[in-house]
Ligand binder design. Sequence first.
Ligand SMILES: Cc1cc2nc3c(=O)[nH]c(=O)nc-3n(C[C@H](O)[C@H](O)[C@H](O)COP(=O)(O)O)c2cc1C
Length: 325
Amino acid sequence: MKLQGFDMDFPVMLAPMAGITDMPYRRICKMMGCDLTYTEMVSAKGLFYEGRRTKSLLCTAVEERPCAVQIFGSEPGLMAEMARRLTCEHKSELVLIDINMGCPAPKITGNGEGCALMRSPALASRIIEAVSKSSCLPVTVKFRKGWDEGSVNALEFARVAEESGAAAVAVHGRTRSQMYSGKADWDIIGEVKAALSIPVIGNGDVFSGFDAVELRRKTNCDAVMVARGARGNPWIFGEIKAALAGVEFKRPSDAERIDMAILHTCQMEAHIGAHAAAVMRKHIAFYVNGIPGAAKLRREVNACKTVKELVDSLKSYKARSANTP
Ligand SMILES: Cc1cc2nc3c(=O)[nH]c(=O)nc-3n(C[C@H](O)[C@H](O)[C@H](O)COP(=O)(O)O)c2cc1C
């Protein structure tokens, strides 16, 4: 996949996930073999008003740079101005600016943002054109199969994106009505790939190395982007790389999962301080998913008030398990 400032054969990417792809987690994914990380989606309006929370979403780790930032909004002028500012202020940290045109959340689509833009291709085109013109970094667009089964338009929408100046597109093979249910339609990703000259990033239902190999084979996409399969599972990047190279991959042990959860917790504390204890609960629920005694451990973790209590609880689980024959 070739973009200005980025050239890599079939990169494996961490998808943007609001509430999940925080900076400490992105850094861990990069360490575990991810080729490109995306920030959580950042509101262009929030950037304009310089909201503290919005600005903190832009904080990137040295180890993950250059990474991708994703913005959302519906006003071409405002988004263009924010892209200009971002590319001036964070140029050395970023490789591309992605525009979110796939978010299905009613609070976003209700404002005409995210996936709602798939119903207004003319406005989407003006946004992509304005952002591309004002950004000195490549601009990409992430969208879905369509709004609903009755209005599938990923192919036409992808052409609009390309004509408006997008340097690449990421396609999630589900409609907005599906949210995250049902199966992702990889055929639509293949159709988009066949129709465009710019790179196409395939996304949806990649939960293993095998899935990534199949997605590539079936769609001929230029890169793969993993979301839910990476939650509590940063090893998936190594697994995908191994599958692409046709070599064996050793899955992490339960003890390694706990160690990763502890590392993530410590990095989160270094990033945001005491609030890490609350923020880490959701991450830990994913790390421990499927290990023996996970429900009890989750309850213990959820009762922890401080980071120290939380780390002690994880360590004591590990010690208990080591002593269990
Ligand atoms: C918790 C969560 C948060 C998400 N946040 C974003 C987001 O901020 N921006 C975005 O473009 N997509 C977001 N998505 C969608 C994912 O990036 C991805 O397109 C979708 O989950 C399909 O990929 P998967 O099957 O690998 O999960 C989110 C998904 C989840 C589960």
